[in-house]
Design a protein around this ligand. Structure first.
Ligand code: UDX
Ligand code: UDX
Length: 468
């Protein structure tokens, strides 16, 4: 059992995962290090509302362990030299340059971590890949250790994270499974056992699955691809429902009752977002093409294509219903985060829907309880810059935000529900109707509002996957 561990990368994965390990293992000293001093300062902030990540239950776990056996710092080298086990949880975004641009994972940060460990470690370490990585990345890390280090042999494990944002703490406490991939050599087996012994403090042994490293790396990509595939499957059917008069919720319920299929991840929506699904599938597609498996690559690419189709379809529906033009019209957005209970906006459908409507001349006023206007603007700016577009600052003037859901609707022509924050169901819709331009439209991208009630009030109301 290691007594000192550290994690490089204090993000959505590293922060919550290490906080839970520290909470469950008071005898293990856990350090979370990051090159970003502002992020570390936020993790150390006395006011727990200022933690850099919003995640239900996180503040409580941090408050229990921080300063006791959980430490946040920017001292990466010191953490490496003093720890027995080093987790790598740095971000692995889709490449924005060079070979594999827009498809492959950018491993720059992971490689930098490996090189740093090779340089500064003075004793053998167990290095744990927590970031989602292309298959055979562990091999690359091993090669770096073998060829650029100071002769010390480190063991590399793959231990992908399956937590979902918004329920990260709950997921970490009650994981369906913990996956550990390692070499079957004696030192590899010992390393796997060392990591397993940490999780075994609170996860039943039968849920700790061990595999070879590459199976573990691939399982993470495949898990996310399967989950995303279910959403794209039901979203594709939502279009058919709108055309035929069936209701996608009823279809999902009927289909999900088959125990071989199951009810989860069958909720039609404006499209999936988040840092993982798209990135991991693109990664899988890239990997398949690399091995010449064009049919397999095309199959998985279809999951992304349907997701893009769904986001476009939603934006186009708004425009169509608003008499084919949103130019000069005000659209209220409820939600900007990619799902409820997180402040993460990466790949959120909101960005793409806003992009389309802004391009058509709309003004957008957003209410999101956890996302700042600066973040929203940055999301659009990054998208537009990636496409080489210009006039960005001027165009961003048409994006605004408010402090309440109701205020966003003042003089709006339409309300678009993008994120499923619970509080959206309990708004005063009669009051909202009064303050909107008429005819007043609602486009429920999350199927969370009572359509009958909205229509009774006077709204022209639409939702994904339901005929009107
Ligand atoms: C994680 C995983 O690691 C990624 O592979 C997965 O697919 C998505 O979730 P996440 O924790 O969400 O990434 O990323 P992020 O919140 O961006 O945090 C990464 C942190 O690593 C950042 O705070 C960044 O400053 C830090 N970092 C990055 C380093 O400390 N060193 C580096 O060299 C690079
Ligand atoms: C996902 C995986 O669930 C998790 O196991 C992995 O470790 C990281 O990627 P995350 O992206 O945080 O987690 O959230 P998730 O709950 O999977 O939702 C992803 C997106 O799918 C969200 O935009 C969500 O709104 C959407 N979604 C989810 C649907 O549209 N319909 C559904 O039925 C479920």
């Amino acid at each position: 059992m290691p007594t000192k561990i550290c994690c490089i990368g204090a993000g959505y994965v590293g922060g919550p995962t290490m906080a839970v390990i520290a909470r469950q293992c008071p005898d293990i000293e856990v350090r979370v290090v990051d090159i970003n001093p502002e992020r570390i300062a936020a993790w150390n902030h006395p006011d727990l509302d200022q933690l850099p990540i919003y995640e239900p239950g996180l503040a409580e776990v941090v408050s229990k362990a921080r300063g006791r056996n959980l430490f946040f710092s920017t001292e990466v080298d010191q953490a490496i030299t003093e720890s027995d086990m080093i987790f790598i949880a740095v971000n692995t975004p889709t490449k924005t340059y060079g070979k594999g641009k827009g498809m492959a994972a950018d491993l720059t940060y992971v490689e930098q971590c490996a090189r740093r460990i090779a340089q500064v470690a003075t004793s053998p370490k167990i290095v744990v890949e927590k970031s989602t990585l292309p298959v055979r990345t562990a091999e690359a890390i091993q090669t770096i250790f073998a060829q650029s280090g100071n002769g010390i042999a480190h063991e590399v494990l793959s231990n992908p994270e399956f937590l979902a944002e918004g329920t990260a703490i709950e997921d970490l406490f009650k994981s369906d499974r913990v996956l550990i991939g390692g070499d079957s050599t004696p030192s590899g087996t010992a390393a796997v056992e060392s990591l397993a012994s940490i999780y075994a403090r609170w996860i039943p042994r039968e849920k700790i699955v061990t595999t070879n490293i590459w199976s573990s790396e691939l399982s993470k990509l495949v898990s996310n691809a399967f989950l995303a595939q279910r959403i794209s499957s039901i979203n594709s059917i939502s279009a058919l429902c709108e055309a035929t008069g069936a209701d996608v919720s009823e279809v999902a319920r009927a289909v999900g009752k088959d125990s071989r299929i199951g009810p989860k991840f069958l909720k039609a929506s404006v499209g999936f977002g988040g840092s993982c699904f798209q990135k991991d599938i693109l990664n899988l597609v890239y990997l398949c093409r690399h091995y010449g498996l064009e049919e397999v690559a095309d199959y998985w690419q279809g999951v992304i294509d349907i997701n893009d189709y769904q986001k476009n379809r939603y934006a186009a529906r708004i425009q169509k219903e608003l008499f084919n033009t949103v130019n000069g019209k005000k659209i209220a957005f409820w939600g900007w985060a990619f799902k409820k209970d997180t402040n993460d906006t990466r790949e959120s459908a909101a960005i793409y829907v806003a992009d389309q409507l802004l391009n058509e001349g709309a003004e957008i006023v957003v209410y999101d309880p956890k996302v700042s206007l600066d973040r929203m603007k940055l999301d659009l700016q990054l998208l537009w810059e990636s496409r080489g577009e210009n006039n960005i600052e001027k165009r961003l003037e048409s994006l605004k935000s408010t402090d309440t859901a109701q205020a966003a609707c003042t003089k709006a022509h339409a309300l678009a529900v993008i994120t499923e924050w619970d509080a959206f169901t309990t708004q005063d819709f009669s009051a909202i109707y009064k303050q909107m331009e008429k005819p007043a439209f609602v486009f429920d991208g999350r199927k969370m509002l009572d359509q009958q009630q909205l229509r009774a009030i006077g709204f022209n109301s639409y939702e994904i996957g339901t005929p009107n």
